[in-house]
Design a binder for this molecule. Structure first.
Ligand SMILES: [Zn+2]
Length: 327
């Protein structure tokens, strides 16, 4: 993986390239930004540039190839072991860094999900971050940098990564997905994250989305049981419940567009257009907007640690009972 292969993030590439070529790389970087936008790829591309025998991340030399196969002895990758990155992992790393690098000019440490460092681990890392032995370069990755101890953040140069634009995601999707409807839905739901568009979520976005929307649209205020049965399947855990709210936001945004008699060209979930049009015929713009508000409120509840099942039951009841209907 070279910088050239990474989609977007041109400013970040420029900055890192310049720092490397002028021998001004910081000893510790914090790459911040949501999951799945290329932070890790960028860190590996940087490691390749630093280790490459050609000095450019050629992709062909022994060093580049070993990084690509994740078996370079001087590239140290730390990931969560269970829920956390543990203090023992930091101690082992420190022992390794005390020796001169085996093959590369310096050690390169990549800490993924750095906010998962156990407080003890973060504390143990502080001194090493301050005076990295043997010119070691650290790159910490985090989607939640504000939860890192300020002592860690202050020792790193932060490089924020923004969401990819829809145009950037569509560019990649065009090379990989033939179906235009699928492409539009994935681009709209990926929210700037390529791993969302291509990862395990893909089936969720394309198929489960349809099932969930249809199941909710079929709920009937006269019968509570189906709603109580549906809620747990939509909220087995917080992460899943949040993903459900993402797809509902997209569907009910479409409903709002149709209820407002705005251009159907703005509708994203074109594969659900028939169901959406049917629902919108019974729903005023105010009603659709109230439903959308309820979904956003549910999302806020989930982010504030409300029990996911309770939040989902609340949402379904709002979508079924509370939202005003056209008389
Ligand atoms: Zn190379």
């Amino acid at each position: 993986m070279t910088f050239g292969n990474i989609i977007g993030h041109e400013q970040q590439k420029k900055l890192l390239r310049h720092a490397f070529s002028s021998d001004k790389l910081a000893h510790a970087y914090l790459f911040s930004g949501i999951e799945g936008i290329g932070k890790r790829l960028m860190a590996l591309a940087l490691a390749r540039m630093v280790f490459c025998h050609e000095g450019k991340g050629c992709g062909n030399c022994n060093a580049c190839r070993r990084i690509d196969h994740n078996n370079h002895p001087d590239l140290h990758l730390l990931e969560t072991n269970g829920q956390f990155i543990k203090i023992e992992q930091i101690r082992t790393l420190q022992k390794n860094l005390a020796f001169r690098p085996l093959e590369a000019p310096r050690h390169f440490v990549l800490i993924d999900q750095a906010e998962r460092m156990h407080p003890g681990a973060a504390n143990a890392l502080l001194k090493t971050l301050e005076e990295p032995p043997n010119g070691t370069i650290f790159v910490l990755l985090s989607a939640h940098p504000h939860t890192l101890p300020s002592t860690i953040r202050s020792r790193c140069q932060t490089l924020p990564f923004s969401h990819l634009s829809n145009a950037e995601i569509e560019k990649v999707l065009r090379t990989q997905v033939d179906d235009e409807v699928e492409r539009n839905i994935l681009a709209a739901l990926a929210q700037g994250s390529l791993s969302k568009a291509f990862g395990a979520d893909r089936d969720f976005y394309l198929n489960t989305r349809r099932e969930i929307f249809t199941a909710i649209a079929r709920l009937n205020p006269a019968s509570v049981l189906p709603m109580l049965e549906l809620a747990p399947t939509l909220a087995p855990d917080r992460e899943y419940a949040e993903a459900v709210t993402d797809i509902l936001i997209s569907c009910y945004r479409d409903l709002f567009i149709l209820a407002s008699r705005a251009s159907g060209a703005l509708v994203v979930n074109t594969d659900l257009e028939q169901e959406l049009r049917h629902l919108s015929s019974r729903c005023s713009p105010t009603c659709a907007s109230a439903m959308l508000d309820a979904i956003l409120q549910c999302r806020t509840y989930l982010q504030h640690n409300v029990n996911p099942l309770l939040a989902m039951e609340w949402l379904l009841s709002r979508l079924v009972f509370q939202a005003p209907r056209k008389s």
